[in-house]
Design a binder for this molecule. Structure first.
Ligand code: MSP
Length: 684
């Protein structure tokens, strides 16, 4: 029997669960159920990461002991998973005594082997991120991740000899090209490994942090939270077996968000190498769920969309469906109300739900409340539908082990659409009026019902409850892999007519929405654009290669009050990274955010052209990051998001080194925005 051991990250208990946590966990659950469905023996591990500074601080803030805090917060996760119908095998907590023993044992083992050594260490320490940074990792002298101040710290610590595994790890990644999925994340890790790999500080003095696992060889220290956390994947299953008695480790898939790529693809494998433990088979990094404006979902409240709200309002299964279908594994996705309604009303109500209702209703009315048995030999249309269903079955079997989840779901919904088309072609409501066509009517309804049964069966991992209800309407159920073949329905099944399985979400219009559309939606003319372009001076604070596109840089920008931004820019052929670092540029800040090969770009840099190369336009000397550029005499217009096609309604040109639209120069604080490109060069 084939095996599937899947893990989610163990979640910090400094925060209540949000959509990000829900997604990874639903993904793991759906994949586990799919694997089970196609005959794998499965094991699904999730849990909570309960040590470390973040947790200690969250407890302090609430005025409770860390233990009380973690007990309560891990319950929040557990009860959410129960509500979301998450069928994990095990929920590990890093405060479990068995885990603590295991971690101490492994630390001792590494110490005995000389893989851990003590050293005096000095460096920039970020309290927020609980780690040291090197001088060149700092951005503007601050923590490059949280942007918070850092402090210079000197102390003895214990180090894991991570650096010595660098070459072995690089070789391993190269020899196992599908170890890190998707491919561009693998390249990101290989990129990271081009720099010398340092040893890893794995301790914290108890004077600074007491909430952790004590180092077995030094009572004054606790272990670094990541060291403790990563080991959960092995400690959890140390004494567990598959049904045939074989060990559960190694994991088939570690599912992680892209934020924790390095810890999982660098720290973790080197730790395993040092311990002589087999590496996991795959590490899959998924993208971020973004809110409507393209920014990362807030972790704690604020703009965070609460998963609870959507679940309570529209039901757990529909929510699971949305998460599983909407995100192409690896890419970022936007969580918006509109996208949610589109999926529910389109895929579920119009396609799948509608076809089920039609079949149940027509059969029940014409065949005494039962499903008819097929009477006539099948025609080409029936064969076509049956073949289509079998192709979807093949996709499920082949693609699920490759984690192509949204693609599988798309195929299944495609099958439901095919049945709808088939019904349009056969028009059973007309056949029903002609007594001589009764057999053809029976064959039609039977064929449609069997195809819908399969569509529902394929989706049982995604929507366990709803699909069971839908199958019950057809007088059947899903009982195992044999049911994925054509022909389970025999005719004579007792049908259950009832309310639609997937009710449409009918939007209630607010009073404001009933009013004529506000100016927000009026089409823009060329005259509107110059005032509405939000062009701002910004400083490039960081230049990285795009992980998956040769011509692009991924730039971090500081746009003052307008915030920090990530922008993908096709400047590779025009500028070396070092020329861009710290450069002042002009950012088109209210351009609709877009994903460029998997990286969200929040705006665009403007440049003229010289000899086929881009020449960035530049703010005047006195401009500061965030200052707005305006066309002389044109006040700032309505503030709203623009599209490229809006920008293209006007032309920006260079004249004697200054950027103009028509005869009007672009300025910041009275000084011109300039560009070292020849006259008449277009700025875009
Ligand atoms: N405790 C560590 C993980 C240790 S694993 C050995 C941690 N925990 S966390 O609570 O911050 O959760 C991180 C995970 O939550 C991410 O890797 C990702 O799986 C998920 N997400 C958090 N926010 C997210 C989004 N906005 N979108 C999608 N998933 C994200 O890091």
């Amino acid at each position: 029997m084939q095996k599937f051991y899947v893990t989610t990250p163990i979640y910090y208990v400094n925060d209540t669960p949000h959509i990000g946590h829900s997604y990874t966990t639903v993904l793991a659950d759906v994949l586990t159920r799919f694997h089970k469905m196609i005959g794998y023996d499965t094991y699904f591990l999730t849990g909570t990461d309960e040590h470390g500074q973040k947790v200690q601080r969250a407890a302090e803030k609430r005025g409770v002991s860390p233990q009380t805090h973690v007990d309560e917060y891990s319950e929040h996760f557990k009860s959410l998973w129960e509500k979301m119908n998450i069928s994990y095998n095990q929920f590990i907590r890093t405060t479990d005594p068995a885990h603590i023993r295991f971690v101490m044992e492994k630390l001792q083992e590494l110490w005995d082997k000389g893989e851990i050594y003590p050293e005096e260490y000095e460096g920039w320490y970020s309290v927020g991120e609980e780690r040291f940074f090197t001088e060149d990792e700092l951005v503007d002298g601050k923590d490059p991740i949280s942007g918070r101040p850092v402090e210079w710290l000197k102390e003895k610590n214990y180090f894991f000899r991570m650096g010595k595994y660098q070459e072995r790890l690089i070789d391993y990644i190269r020899e196992n090209p599908d170890w890190i999925v998707p491919d561009f994340r693998k390249n990101e890790v290989l990129g990271f490994l081009k720099q010398p790999l340092h040893d890893l500080c794995i301790s914290r003095p108890k004077s600074r942090l007491s909430w952790g696992i004590t180092l077995p060889f030094d009572n004054e220290y606790v272990t670094y939270v990541w060291f403790d956390a990563l080991i959960n994947y092995v400690s959890a299953v140390a004494d567990k077996k598959y049904t045939d008695g074989s060990p559960i480790w190694p994991a088939t898939y570690h599912l992680i968000g892209k934020d924790i790529l390095t810890t999982h693809c660098v720290y973790w494998p080197t730790m395993l190498m040092a311990l002589g433990i087999e590496l996991p088979e795959h590490i899959l990094a998924h993208g971020w769920w973004l809110v409507g404006d393209g920014s990362k979902m807030s972790k704690s409240g604020g703009t965070g969309v609460s998963p609870m709200e959507y679940m309570d309002k529209y039901g757990v299964d529909v929510f699971r469906y949305f998460l599983a279908r909407e995100m192409v594994v690896g890419q970022d996705s936007v969580f918006s109300h509109e996208a949610f309604v589109r999926r529910v009303n389109g895929d579920l109500a119009n396609d799948l739900g509608n076809v089920l209702n039609r079949v149940v209703h027509l059969s029940a009315v014409n065949f005494d409340g039962k499903l008819p048995a097929p009477k006539t030999p099948f025609s080409a249309l029936e064969t076509e539908l049956r073949n289509a269903a079998m192709i979807v079955q093949k996709c499920v079997m082949e693609w699920i082990p490759q984690v192509k989840l949204s693609q599988v779901i798309e195929e299944v919904i495609g099958l439901a659409r095919h049945v709808n088309r088939y019904l349009e072609q056969k028009a059973p409501w007309k056949l029903a009026k002609d007594e001589s066509k009764k057999d053809e009517l029976a064959a039609t309804l039977y064929t449609a019902a069997e195809a819908v049964r399969l569509a529902l069966s394929f989706l049982t991992p995604v929507m366990p409850q709803k699909t069971a209800e839908g199958l019950a309407m057809l007088g059947t159920s899903f009982d195992g892999i044999e049911d994925l073949k054509w022909g389970k329905l025999k005719g004579g099944e007792l049908l259950q007519k009832g309310a639609p399985l997937f009710p449409r979400i009918e939007e209630e219009k607010t009073e404001a929405e009933k009013q004529p559309k506000p100016a927000q939606n009026k089409p823009l003319s060329a005259e509107d654009i110059p005032g509405m372009l939000e062009l701002r001076a910004a400083k490039i604070t960081r230049v990285k290669d795009h992980p998956d596109a040769q011509s692009l840089y991924v730039l971090e920008l500081d746009a003052g009050d307008a915030g920090k931004r990530t922008v993908c820019s096709g400047l590779k052929n025009s500028y070396a990274a070092s020329e861009l670092q710290d450069k002042m540029v002009i950012l088109f800040a209210n351009l609709k955010a877009a994903a460029l090969r998997g990286v969200m770009s929040h705006g665009m840099l403007l440049a003229g052209e010289n000899d086929g190369k881009a020449v960035l336009i530049a703010p005047p000397e006195n401009a500061e990051a965030g200052d707005r550029a305006l066309f002389k005499g044109i006040p700032a217009g309505e503030s709203r998001e623009l599209k490229i096609k809006d920008f293209d309604k006007i032309q920006l040109k260079v004249k004697q080194g200054v950027v103009y639209t028509g005869e009007v120069p672009l300025e910041i604080n009275g000084g011109p925005v300039t560009c070292e490109a020849p006259d008449n060069s277009l700025v875009h």
